[in-house]
Design a protein around this ligand. Structure first.
Ligand SMILES: *[C@@H]1O[C@H](CO)[C@@H](O)[C@H](O)[C@H]1NC(C)=O
Ligand SMILES: *[C@@H]1O[C@H](CO)[C@@H](O)[C@H](O)[C@H]1NC(C)=O
Ligand SMILES: *[C@@H]1O[C@H](CO)[C@@H](O)[C@H](O)[C@H]1NC(C)=O
Ligand SMILES: *[C@@H]1O[C@H](CO)[C@@H](O)[C@H](O)[C@H]1NC(C)=O
Length: 536
């Protein structure tokens, strides 16, 4: 089988580049540009941004639940999926057939984005049940692409509401967990997984496969944290448990991993954020998963007894507690932590102490930067970061954009369009405003490059013609989908490279293997170091 690393032409940044700190090479722990962060408000999302994925160099797909969004379909119904053009900040409605409420999403190796699972809105007779939905979206550049859905022919084999998915090294997607509102429990649970396209694993041919971990980890197992590791195993965390899983033979690897310490729960509605820290040749591609935030609230008590005074946890030295944080890998290898609340839990409905329909409160408005290359104890900082004045509570999201800025969108901790204290950020009365955080590197001279091949093979070399304002630092790649603080498939892989003596040609080696970076789309960034002399 040909394992080709496919970076679709349309998804690749031809003239990208990021410039970071003056002093990186000299001083590891003051590694990055210290300047101020820019904050702009370029537009609206049309539908509330519960789920979001950058699908091309200039477009973002945004998925919500069916509700009375301001953006309308041609037949006059309210849209629940939109496509945002980053160049014009215009949104257009996409035509899903089923309700994408708490669905998941991942890219296939051939570049098609797969949205799966969801639910039904019983109050809306035109709403198609999304429990078993498979929705395909193949990005295009002529503005004609739309969601492809054929619920009778193409669907999951069991109901999945709040599932996660993970992009695999064979170019398929594994879809895991689901069902139950708020959280699962004995009897309200789908402790199974399946693949798209379907496959035959351990005698389960194209059907759901039982998974004991999801029974053991009850109750709060929604949107499990899943990371494909360079070993080919998947790191999975749900509620207070964690394991390594081998999908090829349907087996948990070794002993169950130690649980999450300090009584903390990490998956919805006690949502923490998680990220695979950068895989680099320097760290020998050794994976390290960081999980931040979450809650120590019990998952066994009646949700009506939950009150907003329940503390969320403080992740080692994270400056403040956060539930529902988003952890974004920046091209400079740092992690931006945004969105979320300082008290309460995710979800809405049958909970105590409600503001509107949810009980999360005290929005975490100031972003935090985590720098994995800094000394322990000095890794978190909010220095120079402007606070947002829009709370991004339940059903908000965030993503890196191809040019290195960070988009924040959504927030809708209610069942429908609402003007409560934490309103639907998409309503006609209060239009949703995307925030784009611009890290200081956005204001530096940028490296440019040409000659990126449409596809890159594993372990093979390709040449870029480069124009570098400063010394070369890094060549990471990334492409992901985000919802509920879970950034499916978010990944930072530093590629090996050699710069020619005249500094005009960069010879880059593709990822070591498909488990280091699964086949499919990627963004390639050329990162330079602002401080070093160009001609030493
Ligand atoms: C980066 O992209 C965002 C979104 O497309 C845009 O608003 C911003 O102007 C861009 N900035 C630069 C420096 O290209
Ligand atoms: C990718 O594969 C899926 C599943 O086989 C298929 O439905 C889709 O059309 C393919 N996309 C492209 C761009 O070929
Ligand atoms: C959660 O943690 C807080 C702060 O450490 C503590 O006061 C509280 O008792 C804990 N709650 C539970 C249910 O363990
Ligand atoms: C799940 O929650 C129920 C109450 O809804 C509780 O009785 C049960 O003990 C919980 N299960 C676990 C494993 O904590």
């Amino acid at each position: 089988m040909l394992l080709s690393f496919l970076s679709l032409g349309s998804l690749v940044l031809q003239v990208a580049g990021i410039t970071t700190d003056p002093t990186f090479s000299q001083l590891q722990d003051q590694a990055f540009v210290a300047g101020n962060w820019g904050l702009t408000q370029p537009g609206t999302t049309g539908v509330s941004a519960m789920q979001l994925a950058v699908v091309s160099e200039s477009t973002v797909i945004i998925l919500d639940k069916t509700e009375n969004n301001p953006l309308k379909l041609v037949d006059g119904r309210a849209a629940w999926v939109s496509e945002l053009d980053l160049n014009t900040n215009q949104v257009c409605a996409l035509n899903a057939k089923t309700n994408t409420f708490c669905a998941t999403g991942s890219f296939l190796g051939n570049g098609t984005f797969v949205s799966s699972g969801g639910t039904v809105n019983a109050n809306d007779p035109t709403d198609g049940a999304g429990f078993q939905a498979i929705r395909l979206f193949t990005p295009c550049t002529d503005g004609t692409c739309d969601i492809v859905e054929d619920p009778t022919q193409l669907h999951l084999t069991s109901n999945r509401w709040y599932p996660s998915s993970v992009r695999l090294d064979d170019g398929s997607v594994m879809i895991y967990e689901g069902i139950g509102p708020f959280h699962n429990g004995i009897g309200i649970n789908n402790p199974t997984y399946e693949f798209f396209p379907p496959k035959n694993i351990n005698g389960f041919n194209g059907v759901k496969i039982p998974n004991q971990f999801l029974v053991d980890a009850l109750n709060a197992t929604h949107f499990p944290i899943m990371v494909l590791l360079p070993s080919g195993n998947i790191f999975i965390a749900a509620n207070q448990q964690a394991m390594l899983f081998n999908w090829r033979n349907d087996a948990e690897v070794g002993q169950r991993l130690p649980g999450i310490p300090n009584g903390i729960r990490v998956t919805s509605p006690f949502s923490a954020g998680a990220v695979l820290l950068p895989l680099t040749p320097e760290n020998n591609y050794t994976p390290e998963v960081m999980i931040c935030g979450g809650s120590n609230v019990s998952d066994a008590i009646d949700p009506l007894q939950l009150n907003i005074l329940s503390n969320t946890c403080v992740c080692s030295s994270m400056p403040q507690p956060r539930v529902m944080p988003e952890l974004i890998l920046l091209p400079d290898g740092r992690i931006l932590i945004v969105n979320g609340a300082q008290t309460g839990v995710a979800g809405f409905g049958d909970v105590g102490d409600k503001i509107g329909q949810s009980n999360a409160d005290h929005p975490a408005l100031t972003p935090v930067i985590y720098d994995p290359s800094a000394a322990f104890g000095c890794r978190f900082s909010s220095e120079g970061m402007p606070a947002s004045n829009i709370p991004r509570m339940y059903h908000s999201t965030s993503s890196l954009t191809p040019n290195g800025s960070v988009l924040l969108a959504g927030s809708n901790p209610n069942g429908g369009v609402s003007t409560e204290k934490y309103p639907s950020e998409y309503s006609l009365l209060l239009p949703d405003l995307n925030y784009l955080y611009s890290p200081p590197y956005m204001f530096q001279p940028r490296p440019t490059y040409t000659g990126l091949p449409a596809t890159i093979d594993y372990n093979s070399q390709f040449k870029l013609s480069v124009d570098l304002p400063f010394n070369l630092l890094d060549i990471p790649s990334d492409c992901s989908f985000a919802t509920h603080g879970v950034h499916m498939d978010q990944r930072y892989l530093k590629l090996k490279s050699i710069l020619s003596l005249d500094r005009r040609t960069l010879t880059v080696t593709g990822p070591p293997s498909a488990t280091h970076y699964p086949p499919g789309p990627a963004y390639l960034y050329v990162v330079t170091n602002a401080g070093s002399e160009l001609w030493p």
